[in-house]
Design a protein around this ligand. Structure first.
Ligand code: KIV
Length: 260
């Protein structure tokens, strides 16, 4: 049976929430027995489609990958990101697109960036569970002038706490806090009743999320400070390809057993 929103909320302060991104059915199937939430993040624009930011991600992309992740999982709660330009304009626009995501993917919730309380409360009021996302918001990267740690000044720390309180009040069932100083995450986590899920936001949060390809070390060149690589898949894949090349070139592949 799948985890419910109530299960996730009840986990706060009892057991850390384990969240990972997934974008495909095979990866969802691998992660599903182990995680609480599978997040179909719009980070897919960068890690799957090679974009420079998440700003070019479309609703169709999120729906296609959301469907695959729901198909590949049975236990974890599946949350799908609402991409840039599909929810910020009005509560009506957000509801229409959030409904499309939920109906076409079968996911349990959507995630959106910013303390957009009118939009969050409109979705929640129409039975669409919302995970909020505050602190560093990748869809606003052009506004910040890069991926910059938030909450460094007293004023900005206060704003993040105010945003956290506002999204909880609007009805979000959990909140991702990205790229903030530990003290900010500590205050927010202690203040809110809903779980906080950190990325680059210290161990103070109620749970952690990472992009799966960062965790398994799929690329050699990209390694943000907050990422811990638990495997070096770029190395494993490189070695496998090297062996394949040797076998093809030497005529060692395919063998008799691998032929009809
Ligand atoms: O898009 C994404 O994958 C995310 C997480 C990294 C929080 O928003």
């Amino acid at each position: 049976m799948r985890k419910t929103i109530e299960n996730i909320k009840a986990q706060k302060r009892l057991e850390k929430l384990v969240v990972l991104t997934a974008y495909s059915a095979p990866i969802a199937k691998l992660l599903d027995p182990h995680v609480d939430i599978l997040l179909v993040g719009d980070s897919l624009g960068m890690v799957i489609y090679g974009m420079d930011s998440t700003l070019g991600v479309t609703l169709d992309m999120m729906i296609a990958h959301g469907k695959a992740v729901v198909k590949g999982s049975e236990k974890a709660l599946v949350v799908v990101d609402m991409p840039y330009g599909t929810y910020e304009n009005s509560p009506q626009q957000a509801l229409q697109n959030a409904k499309k995501i939920i109906e076409e993917t079968g996911a349990q919730a959507v995630k959106l960036e910013g303390a957009l309380t009118d939009i969050i409360s409109h979705l929640v009021g129409n039975n669409i569970p919302v995970m909020a996302h505050i602190g560093l918001q990748p869809q606003s990267v052009e506004k910040y002038g890069g991926y910059k740690i938030q909450g460094k000044t007293e004023e900005s720390a206060k704003q993040i706490l105010a945003d956290a309180i506002a999204v909880e009040k609007a009805g979000a069932f959990a909140v991702v806090i990205e790229g903030v100083k530990r003290e900010v995450a500590e205050t927010v986590t202690a203040t809110l009743k809903i779980p906080t899920i950190g990325i680059g936001a210290s161990v103070a949060c109620d749970g952690q999320v990472l992009v799966i390809y960062d965790l398994i070390g799929l690329y050699q060149d990209i390694r943000p400070k907050f990422v811990r690589q638990y495997a070096q898949l770029h190395q494993t894949v490189g070695d496998a390809i090297e062996s394949y090349i040797q076998d093809v070139q030497s005529g060692n592949f395919p063998s008799e057993k691998e032929s009809f």
